[in-house]
Design a protein around this ligand. Sequence first.
Ligand SMILES: [Fe+2]
Ligand SMILES: [Fe+2]
Length: 180
Amino acid sequence: MHPQLQELHQDHVNLAKVLRLLEKQLADLQSGEHIDLEVLSEIVDYVQTYPDRVHHKREDIIFSVYLERSSTSRDLVERLMEEHTLLLDKTRNLYVHIEQWRQDSPVPRGRMVSIIADYLLMQWDHLNLEESSVLELLHQELTPADWARIEATMPLSNDPLFGDKVLQRFENILGQLSGY
Ligand SMILES: [Fe+2]
Ligand SMILES: [Fe+2]
């Protein structure tokens, strides 16, 4: 598998850990336990910073080259690109609700539960679809010339949580991720 695809896969493995940590927050919220809003905020901040803005941008570059030359499973790839835009909005919406809660205007617990549960469903569906079908499709269809084009425009990126240099604002959740 091309190193670019291996990197996408590793990003998915990393995001899955963060989503499982978010599932834990959701379970605590549902059972009425105390929620650490700092942790919740950091999780969503991370998703906005790297998966939504960098990982999806990298996929969009690869998907665009794919769509220019292949007619196989176009609907699927186009749908995933649309979901990148939708997920950006969904994450932003979740972040706004969490910030509202942090600033002493609590969002009703039931409302938060449904927002986070819907959000997790969409993130998992998207990630699982890419893992189960799209990475293999790209592996089969893209040629060395396609990869050369992709690499010429692919920006360098450092994951601020799982990369070499962890941003200070994610250090709280870094410690919590070891069990996931
Ligand atoms: Fe994606
Ligand atoms: Fe992805």
